[in-house]
Design a protein around this ligand. Structure first.
Ligand SMILES: Cc1cc2nc3c(=O)[nH]c(=O)nc-3n(C[C@H](O)[C@H](O)[C@H](O)COP(=O)(O)OP(=O)(O)OC[C@H]3O[C@@H](n4cnc5c(N)ncnc54)[C@H](O)[C@@H]3O)c2cc1C
Length: 384
C-alpha cells in the first residue's frame, strides 16, 4: 500500500485528488490532501466579489466534507518544507511522510519585489484582496487609476476584467476616472493570439481605457505608479497583480530554478524527483497559469501516477499546454478563447452573448453542485 500526499487543494490539488481516487478504486492505497485553506476558493469569481456582485461565501466551499465523502484524508495545516530525499513534509502541526507526492501549491504573490505595492496597491487574487478593493471603491471619489499586472505574472485575465468592470462602475456612479492599463507583454493579450488582442484592444479603446505596455513596475506610491522605463503614471487607485513566484514550501524541490517553480516533463512528473508529480501554478511552464491548465495537468498527473501504482503498462498521457478563457466584456458580451500553445490543435475564438452566461453557469456548477467537487468531472471533456 502506498501513501500518496497531495500538497495544496486549489484547482490543481482538488482535481488531482478526485481523479486519482477514481483511478485507484478497489485498491488500498491511501490519499492525504494538505491545504492551508480550509475552503476551496473559486478564484475566477473574485472580481465579482470586489465589485459587490457576489459574496465570499457564494464562491467558496468547505473542503473537509468533500474529501470525507469520497474517502480521502484531509489535513488543514500549513506546509513549511518538503524534503524530497527523506520524503518528509514538515507542517506547522508536525511532519508526515509520503511514498508519492503531487505538489499543487499554486503561486506566491511576491510583493517584496515592488516597493509600495503591498501598502498602496490592490489586487483580486484572494478573498481578502477582493474585499479590500471593494472597500476602497466604496470610498473612491474619482481620479486617475492604474490597473494591470506586473512583471512575472502569468495570469492576466483578472486584470482585464477589473479594468472593464471598473469602467462600468465609474459610469454607473458618475465618477471621473482615467483608467491606465499596464502589462509586461509584447502585445495586449499575447498568449491569446493576435485576433483576441485585436478584439480586446478595440473594446479598451471604445471604453476609454489606455494601454501602457510592455512596461514593468518599479514602485508604487500613494498617488502614482513609477515604471522601470522612467514613466510616472498618476494614480489614486492602483489595482496591479504582484509578481508571481513558487511557494516557499516547495523551495527544496525547486533547487536553483530562478523563481522557485518546479520543472516537470510533459507527463507532469518532476524532472529531478521520480516520486513527485507537479500540477497547476507550481509548474515551471512558461505562458498562462490558469485554473483550466491546472485541471488538465492534474488529469494527466493522476492518470500517470495511477498507472505506476497499478503496475500498468498502458500508455502514459502527456499534457499539451493550452489556454482557455472566457472574458466578460460587459454590456452582455463575452469573449471565448481556447488556444493550444505547444501545438496547433485548438485555435478557437468566439464573441457573443452566451459566453458570460456559460462562465457564470460553470462557476455555479463548480461551487454548488457535485459535478466537479465530488464526481470529479473531467475538464478536458467540457470544452465547446
Ligand atoms: C481573480 C482571478 C480570476 C481568475 N480567472 C480565471 C479564469 O477565468 N479561468 C481560469 O482558468 N483561471 C483563472 N484564474 C487563475 C486560477 O485561479 C489559477 O490559475 C488557479 O487557482 C491555480 O490553481 P492551483 O491549484 O495551481 O493553485 P491554487 O488554486 O492557488 O491553490 C493552491 C492551494 O495550495 C494551498 N497552499 C499554498 N501554500 C500552502 C502551504 N504552504 N501549505 C499548505 N497549503 C498551501 C492553498 O491553500 C490552496 O489550497 C483566475 C485567478 C484570479 C486570481
Amino acid at each position: 500500500m502506498a501513501h500518496i500526499v497531495i500538497a495544496g487543494s486549489g484547482f490543481g490539488g482538488l482535481t488531482a485528488a478526485l481523479q486519482l481516487k477514481k483511478q485507484l478504486k478497489n485498491t488500498d492505497h491511501r490519499i492525504t490532501v494538505i491545504s492551508r485553506d480550509p475552503v476551496f476558493i473559486y478564484r475566477p469569481s473574485l472580481v465579482l466579489v470586489a465589485f459587490g456582485k457576489k459574496s465570499p461565501q457564494s464562491i467558496t466551499f468547505d473542503l473537509a466534507p468533500i474529501y470525507r465523502k469520497v474517502g480521502i484524508d484531509f489535513v488543514h495545516t500549513t506546509i513549511e518544507s518538503i524534503d524530497p530525499d527523506s520524503k518528509m513534509i514538515a507542517t506547522s502541526d508536525g511532519s508526515l511522510t509520503y511514498d508519492k507526492l503531487i505538489v499543487a501549491l499554486g503561486e506566491k504573490l511576491n510583493y517584496d519585489e515592488i516597493p509600495g505595492l503591498n501598502q498602496y496597491g490592490y489586487n483580486v487574487c484572494s478573498v481578502d484582496g477582493a474585499l479590500a478593493l471593494k472597500s476602497a471603491l466604496e470610498h473612491f471619489k474619482g481620479g486617475p487609476i492604474v490597473v494591470g499586472w506586473s512583471q512575472f505574472v502569468q495570469t492576466g485575465g483578472p486584470a482585464f476584467e477589473v479594468a472593464l468592470e471598473l469602467e462600468a462602475w465609474l459610469r454607473h456612479h458618475h465618477l471621473e476616472g482615467k483608467i491606465q492599463f499596464i502589462d509586461p507583454l509584447p502585445s495586449l493579450w499575447a498568449p491569446a493570439g493576435p485576433e483576441a488582442t485585436k478584439v480586446l484592444t478595440r473594446i479598451f479603446s471604445e471604453r476609454g481605457i489606455t494601454r501602457f505596455g510592455p512596461v514593468q513596475v518599479k514602485e508604487v506610491q500613494a498617488d502614482r505608479v513609477i515604471l522601470k522605463d522612467g514613466q510616472v503614471l498618476p494614480s489614486v487607485l492602483t489595482v496591479v497583480t504582484p509578481p508571481f513566484r513558487g511557494e516557499d514550501a516547495q523551495s527544496r524541490l525547486a533547487g536553483t530554478e530562478s523563481r522557485g517553480w518546479l520543472q516537470t516533463e510533459k507527463d507532469m512528473r518532476s524532472v529531478q524527483y521520480p516520486d513527485v508529480y507537479v500540477t497547476g501554478s507550481a509548474v515551471a511552464f512558461e505562458g498562462p497559469k490558469q485554473a483550466h491548465t491546472a485541471m488538465l495537468q492534474s488529469e494527466v498527473a493522476a492518470h500517470n501516477l495511477a498507472l505506476e501504482l497499478n503496475d500498468s503498462s498502458a500508455p502514459r498521457q502527456e499534457y499539451d499546454h493550452e489556454m482557455s478563457c472566457v472574458l466578460d466584456l460587459g454590456k452582455g458580451q463575452g469573449l471565448f478563447v481556447r488556444r493550444s500553445l505547444w501545438s496547433k490543435q485548438h485555435q478557437d475564438l468566439r464573441v457573443g452573448r452566451k459566453w458570460p452566461l456559460a462562465k457564470s453557469a460553470l462557476a455555479y456548477a463548480f461551487v454548488h453542485t457535485p459535478l466537479f467537487k465530488q464526481w470529479g468531472i473531467s475538464m478536458s471533456k467540457l470544452n465547446p
